[in-house]
Design a protein around this ligand. Structure first.
Ligand code: GLN
Length: 309
């Protein structure tokens, strides 16, 4: 089947029937008290092709907490601001450890392995705080323009609820400060990081936002954030190798697309020059990735015989 003749709507319907039996498998991220209240068996999915077609299924228009998917947006802003110099502050190697792991940070003198683990994203938050006049509004303006929706917003209640139990993230940010990897006050960095994680979007908006990464040959310029096509391509490489923490190998093996997950149960991925896709289902596996989301994406690339490999 060629991409033009691919019936993505039918494929989405087939995927939903195939993943439905997984309802009830996995656990919502209850370490963030506000997220424990989410209806656990929701499922939404959206595919956006670079030709402008949009295919939706089920709860694709219901917003959820994007959590760590927001790290892709903060990375784009930091790369645009700092260029290659960014990589002096944070690495770009897979960690093979959990998203909130602290273990390498001590051994590696306070330089996080990559921008997608919490330690790395806290450094990104520090960069935005020190480089932008109004980080909260500028981050929001960037994401709104990227996804074409002015109503996308933070959920401050979720951010506050996470702050109350953010013991590990607080430890990480303190370790970063001790090693002088961050400049700002630790509390400020932590709160801004949690705020970016609290952003709420639906699958349709996420797929639209990720289309800019799928289409790296098109000019990337949104609300003053500009990347060259080479930078976009390299961001995709980091998503491929680091987007799923200690499950990056498994995601590559099963799905074969660059992507990013979040503990809100969302996953966004891209097939370069073809489509972006977002899926949401709140129940997570032991590594903090959506059970139905991973399966749905595995079925998508298997059914279409399309992956980057
Ligand atoms: N805000 C979450 C945390 O820091 C994000 C984690 C995630 O989505 N993997 O724990």
């Amino acid at each position: 089947m060629t991409s033009d003749s691919m019936d993505y709507q039918k494929i989405l319907e087939g995927i939903y029937s195939a993943v439905e039996p997984l309802k009830g498998v996995g656990k919502v991220a209850d370490y963030i008290p506000a997220l424990a209240l989410v209806a656990p068996d929701k499922f939404g999915m959206c595919i956006n092709t670079i030709d402008g077609d949009v295919y939706l299924i089920n709860d694709a228009c219901e917003r959820f907490s994007i959590q760590s998917i927001s790290k892709v947006f903060t990375l784009a802003m930091c790369l645009s601001l700092k260029g290659e110099a960014l990589w002096n502050r944070v690495g770009k190697e897979p960690s093979g450890t959990a998203f909130n792991s602290l273990v390498q940070l001590e051994v590696e003198n306070g330089i996080p392995r990559n921008p997608f683990m919490n330690a790395g994203a806290l450094v990104l938050a520090d960069i935005l705080l020190t480089s932008l006049e109004d980080p909260e509004q500028e981050f929001l303006a960037f994401v709104r323009e990227l996804c074409g929706s002015e109503s996308v917003d933070y959920n401050r209640e979720v951010a506050l609820s996470e702050r109350k139990c953010a013991y590990l993230n607080a430890a990480i940010v303190n370790m970063l400060k001790y090693h002088k990897t961050i400049e700002c006050d630790v509390e400020r960095v932590l709160q801004f990081y949690l705020l970016t994680c609290s952003l709420e979007m639906n699958c349709k908006e996420l797929a639209q936002a990720f289309l800019a990464f799928a289409n790296h040959k098109k000019t990337f310029s949104y609300a003053g954030v500009s990347l060259t096509s080479s930078q976009v391509k390299r961001m995709n490489a980091v998503m491929q190798t680091c987007g799923f923490y200690d499950e990056a190998g498994e995601f590559s093996y099963l799905v074969g697309l660059p992507g990013k997950s979040g503990v809100g149960g969302g996953i966004a991925a891209i097939y370069p020059l073809r489509y972006s896709v977002a899926v949401w289902s709140p129940r997570l596996n032991a590594k903090g990735n959506s059970v139905m989301g991973m399966k749905a994406l595995e079925l998508l690339t298997t059914e279409t015989a399309e992956s980057i490999f």
